[in-house]
Structures are given as structure tokens and as C-alpha cells.
Design a binder for this molecule. Structure first.
Ligand code: SF4
Length: 610
């Protein structure tokens, strides 16, 4: 058994001493999958690094123990710990591209792990590596074993990572967001593989993820973390059917899906508190909808509230009167009428071709058709979801429509916006079209200039696309914009890095809204965000759409988000649309086999709370 006993991990940071893990207990048996879930910054990954003794330089274990079959790993000399790492306990990380050595053949990387932890050497080790490549489902392993990582797809790289992690046949596997960077179909294959290997080898798996649907399909037990502490532990079925902690309940209600269409998602106000604070009471109380008077001044302990079910909440151990909290009145929004009349955007036979940089004597193709003749229509006030696996051309289509690829690619076909072909516009007409069609990107940090204050970020587009506004009118517009997206007005004088991910995405939305667009291309706008923040952003987008009649071209791979927000859907594969139509009809009765496979691979909450 792998046991963690009252573990405390501290980090030195500019702001002070950060208590990243504050008194954690957990146990993992052979053959069991134990999921550690929670939002970013709650301490999940730090737990994994502490177990493997791989903490960053500014971090240390302040107290507690990590025992493997009774032996304290924290007290082992580093030489023996190296045998444990990879030999008895292995780890796979979220991003296989950065975890594999780019200048070493994949086979050699597996052989290295085998030779470090088993008796096998030379040919025998290579034969074993070949065997592992085949077991993790790499096609043509004899040929692939001598490939460098850059020749493999993301899913294949993650399979190689799993082969390396399991090559020494460990007893326990720590999988830190093992499928977050992968498409749903590859994710399903990787999760099946982990399940099979677990059954075969009685592997104990510590699964670290923020994806509750993945947890519901994989885990035997679940621990929910918040601000460095475990706040609820339960068998998975019990956790999803009867969550007890107010945070757990809110998180499950914040998940978008078809059943919540038309109603606002439960958004959890505020953010996780910084961990350099000295907490006098419950860490969740500023955000809790069930908070009581004594929650701010009493530290809740983890108490037994059912068989194997523990909760850190005073509602159960010291109940009292609920604090009056301002009720969140859900905004009831009228349903969107089906698209009538002329479409706002009518895309006809759109093709986007990129030139390939091929060597002089190269005989293969010299171009790549990222989008290969797609057509669709989008009406004002409606949302069309463009879905498909990475590399299928959905983002390229969005960028082409927003005129971001005019210089990089050869574009043909038409994108008629209110009857005018966007690709043929020049001069003042092009400026006007740029104003009407805006884009919001996936990564709100990368898309905001870090050297510009928020006011400058928002004003930049106004100056370029609304030259009719004077300084006073622009200032009024900025105030209206931050009000609209739910930020305080003092945000205008602050820098992007001072905001959380969700706040930065609000700034990006305000920037898009600044020039009063009619259509917004939303390119994975919530995929970098935690569930509760995603709920806030989806609620905001829905409200803005109903109030202003905006049309959204919503590019995403998250089917839950599609079910919740989209009216229509177009499924893309290899640059083409394979199926499109009303969202609910396509999702319930997909006709194309690719759509069927895509939907079958989507992990679902098997015991949803309603
Ligand atoms: Fe909410 Fe109080 Fe429970 Fe904390 S202890 S989760 S504030 S009810």
C-alpha cells in the first residue's frame, strides 16, 4: 500500500511561505484507481511531485510521511529512491512532448528504463521494449522503435510515455492529467489501455485530473482537493450520487451538458485563495453558498459522514444558522428562434491551402489543404459549433473567416457576411468587416499583450476600428465594457498578469465586444479554464448573445459545452465537414460513422447528480 500521512509541503515564493499541501492523508492499494481532483492551484500536481520526491528547488516537505509498504520514502537515501522511482512507482505527465527526450530514439528511452530497473540488458532489453510498444498499441512497433519523438502523434507519444513508465513493471502509477492534451478518441484509447494494464498487473493508479467525467469512468475512490487540503473523500459512485461538500455540489452543477440547456450554469463566485494566507476558518467560506457565521473563524476537520465517506465542512460537524447571502437570481433567457431569413454568415466551399517548405528535390506534394471545401450557414443570434479532432481544420477555418490568414495561406471559396464576400473586401469595407467579425482565443494570457494595461488593450481596437469616437466617448465605452463582462472599473488600470485565467478571458471577451461585432469566432474559449470559471464564461457568452443578438462560431472539442451552448453543429474531419445539422439531432442520432465514434469516445458522468 502507498500511504500519505499528514503531509505538509511548503514553497518559498516572493509573496511569502506558500503552504501548497496542508495536512494530507491518503492511501492507495494495488489494483485500485484513486482519483485526486480539483481546480488549478489546489495542490494535486504538487502531491504527485512530493510522493516522487521531485519537488521544485524552492519546495520542501515540512512534515509528514509517504510510506510504500510501510517504508518511509521521505527518509530513503536518494540512491535507493532512484530505484523506487520508475521501479516501484512510475509517473506519467500531462504533456508527452516535453517529457520525452527529443534527441533520443523512443526505443532507446524505453530500453533505458528497462535497464535501470530490471536485470535485462542489450538485445533482451530491446526485445522487451518492442513488446511494450506493441502492448501500448503503437502500430508497426518494429519500425517505430527507431523513430525520434517528433515523428509520432500526440497520442503515440503518450503511449510511449506509458510504455516507459510501465517498462520496469511498477506496482503503482501516478498519472498526472494523462489525457488532457489529447483528443477524445485518443483519450478513450489511453484510458482503456491504463484500465487493461491495471487489471493485468494489479497496478495501483493515482489519477490526477480536473476532468470529473474521466474520473467517473475510471476511479474506485475520489478525493476532492481545495486550497491545499482534501475536503471530501468517498467511493466514486457515492461521490457523484451524493456529494456532501458545498464545493463538490457546485462543481458538479457547473458542468455544462444537454440537460442544462437554457438554464444558467452554477458559477462559483471568486477564486481559490492564495496559499500564503494564514487561514482562521474554512478556506471555502468566501465562495460558499451554505456558509454559516462561525465558518470564517473555525477550522473544519475531515469527519466521517458515511462508509468510507469523509467531509471537511462544519455543516456536518458543527451545524448553525446560514449566513444571509445575496441570492444569485438566474437570468431566464428567451429561447433562440431557429435561423430564419438570410444567414448572417454563409460560407461556401471554403478552402485553405498552405505551402509546404519541401527540400529542392522533394517529389511529394508542395502544399497542404488544411480546409478542403467546407460550406455552412450561421444566422444572427445563433451558435454553430465546429467540432472535430486536433488538426481537422476547425481553427484554420475560423482564422480564415476572421481574415487572419490572408498573408499565410491561399484561400478560395466565399465567406458571405450579410451578402458581402469577406475574402474580396479591401480598404474601408475591409475595416468595417473586421469590426463586425471578431475572435476570442483559447489562451487568454498569450492573446493579451503583457506590456499593455487593460485600458490600452481595449482601446487599441477602438482606435483602429472606431475612428469616429473621441477620447471621452472611448472612455465611456471602456467603462461600459468592463461593467458588461463583470470586471471592476479599476481593472482598466491594471496589467494582464494581475488577473486570473477567467478574468483574463473576460478581458479578451471585452476586447472582442469593444467594436460592437455581430459575429464572434470563439476558438476553444474555455478549454484552458477550470470548470467553475468555464461556467462563468459560458453564462456570460449566453447573456451577451441574447442581449445583443450576437452569432457565435464556437470551435471546441468539448461535447458537453456543445450540448449546452450550440444550436447547430458541424463535425469536421481532415479538412471537410462530414456531418452538420441541428445540434440535438446530430448528437442524439449521428449518421456518419466518424461522428458516432467521436461521440462514443466522450467520457460521461455515469452517476450524474441532478
Ligand atoms: Fe461552507 Fe462553512 Fe462548510 Fe466551509 S465549513 S464549506 S463555509 S458550510
Amino acid at each position: 500500500m502507498l500511504e500519505v500521512d499528514n503531509l505538509r509541503v511548503q514553497l518559498d515564493a516572493d509573496a511569502g511561505l506558500v503552504r501548497a499541501i496542508d495536512g494530507m492523508h491518503l492511501s492507495l492499494s494495488r489494483g485500485e484507481t484513486f482519483a485526486l481532483v480539483g481546480e488549478s492551484g489546489c495542490g494535486k500536481s504538487m502531491t504527485a511531485l512530493a510522493l516522487m520526491r521531485l519537488l521544485p528547488e524552492n519546495g520542501r516537505v515540512a512534515s509528514g510521511a509517504v510510506r510504500l509498504d510501510g517504508e518511509d520514502l521521505l527518509a530513503l537515501p536518494e540512491r535507493r529512491m532512484r530505484d523506487v522511482r520508475g521501479g516501484r512507482v512510475s509517473m506519467i505527465f500531462q504533456e508527452p512532448s516535453t517529457s520525452l527526450n527529443p534527441v533520443m530514439r523512443v526505443g532507446d528511452q524505453i530500453v533505458e528504463a528497462i535497464e535501470a530497473h530490471t536485470e535485462l540488458r542489450g538485445k533482451a532489453a530491446r526485445a522487451k521494449a518492442l513488446d511494450w510498444l506493441a502492448r501500448v498499441g503503437i502500430p508497426e512497433p518494429q519500425r517505430r522503435i527507431d523513430d525520434y519523438p517528433f515523428r509520432l502523434s500526440g497520442g503515440q507519444k503518450q503511449r510511449v510515455m506509458i510504455a516507459i513508465a510501465l517498462a520496469a513493471e511498477p506496482d503503482y502509477l501516478i498519472a498526472d492529467e494523462p489525457t488532457t492534451a489529447l483528443d477524445v478518441t485518443i483519450q478513450a484509447q489511453i484510458l482503456d489501455l491504463i484500465r487493461d494494464l491495471q487489471r493485468e498487473r494489479r497496478l495501483g493508479v493515482l489519477l490526477i485530473t480536473h476532468d470529473l467525467a474521466v474520473v467517473s469512468g475510471m476511479a474506485h475512490r475520489v478525493a476532492l482537493m481545495y486550497a491545499g487540503q482534501i475536503i471530501e473523500v468517498a467511493p466514486a459512485a457515492e461521490f457523484f450520487a451524493h456529494p456532501k461538500h458545498p464545493y463538490a455540489r457546485l462543481l458538479l452543477q457547473a458542468l455544462p451538458d444537454a440537460a442544462r440547456r437554457g438554464e444558467p450554469l452554477a458559477a462559483i463566485a471568486g477564486t481559490v485563495p492564495p496559499l500564503w494566507l494564514d487561514f482562521a476558518g474554512c478556506r471555502f467560506w468566501p465562495r460558499c453558498d451554505k456558509a454559516m457565521g462561525h465558518c470564517a473563524s473555525t477550522l473544519p476537520e475531515l469527519t466521517d459522514e458515511g462508509p468510507q465517506h469523509q467531509v471537511r465542512c462544519l455543516l456536518y460537524s458543527q451545524p448553525g444558522d446560514a449566513l444571509p447571502r445575496q441570492a444569485v437570481v438566474p437570468k431566464l433567457l428567451p429561447p433562440v428562434p431557429a435561423g430564419q431569413g438570410a444567414p448572417l454568415l454563409d460560407v461556401r466551399d471554403l478552402r485553405v491551402r498552405f505551402a509546404l517548405k519541401a527540400p529542392l528535390l522533394h517529389r511529394g506534394p508542395r502544399h497542404f489543404d488544411a480546409v478542403d471545401g467546407i460550406s455552412f450557414q450561421l444566422h444572427a443570434g445563433r451558435t454553430l459549433a465546429l467540432v472535430g479532432e486536433s488538426g481537422c481544420g476547425k481553427t484554420t477555418s475560423g482564422k480564415a473567416i476572421v481574415q487572419l490568414l490572408r498573408r499565410q495561406a491561399q484561400i478560395s471559396g466565399q465567406a458571405l457576411f450579410e451578402g458581402q464576400d469577406l475574402f474580396q473586401l479591401t480598404g474601408a469595407a475591409l475595416v468595417e468587416a473586421r469590426r463586425s467579425v471578431q475572435i476570442i482565443f483559447q489562451d487568454p494570457f498569450a492573446s493579451l499583450n503583457p506590456r499593455m494595461r487593460v485600458a490600452e488593450v481595449l482601446e487599441e481596437g477602438l482606435i483602429a476600428l472606431r475612428p469616429d469616437l473621441d477620447a471621452g466617448a472611448r472612455r465611456d465605452r471602456l467603462h461600459a465594457l468592463v461593467d458588461q463582462v463583470g470586471l471592476r472599473r479599476d481593472a482598466l488600470q491594471r496589467w494582464p498578469h494581475e488577473f486570473s485565467g477567467g478574468q483574463r478571458q473576460r478581458i479578451a471577451i471585452a476586447r472582442a465586444l469593444a467594436v460592437e461585432p455581430r459575429l464572434i469566432v470563439c476558438d476553444e474559449p474555455t478549454s484552458a479554464l477550470d470548470v467553475s470559471v468555464q461556467a462563468q464564461i459560458l453564462n456570460l457568452l449566453r447573456e451577451l448573445q441574447r442581449e445583443q443578438g450576437l452569432a457565435f462560431l464556437f470551435i471546441t472539442h468539448n461535447i458537453g459545452v456543445v450540448e449546452y451552448i450550440a444550436d447547430d453543429i458541424a463535425v469536421m474531419r481532415a479538412g471537410r465537414i462530414v456531418e452538420q445539422g441541428n445540434c440535438q439531432t446530430v448528437l442524439r442520432q449521428p449518421r456518419d460513422s466518424f461522428t458516432q465514434n467521436l461521440l462514443a469516445a466522450v467520457p460521461r458522468l455515469t452517476v450524474p447528480m441532478r
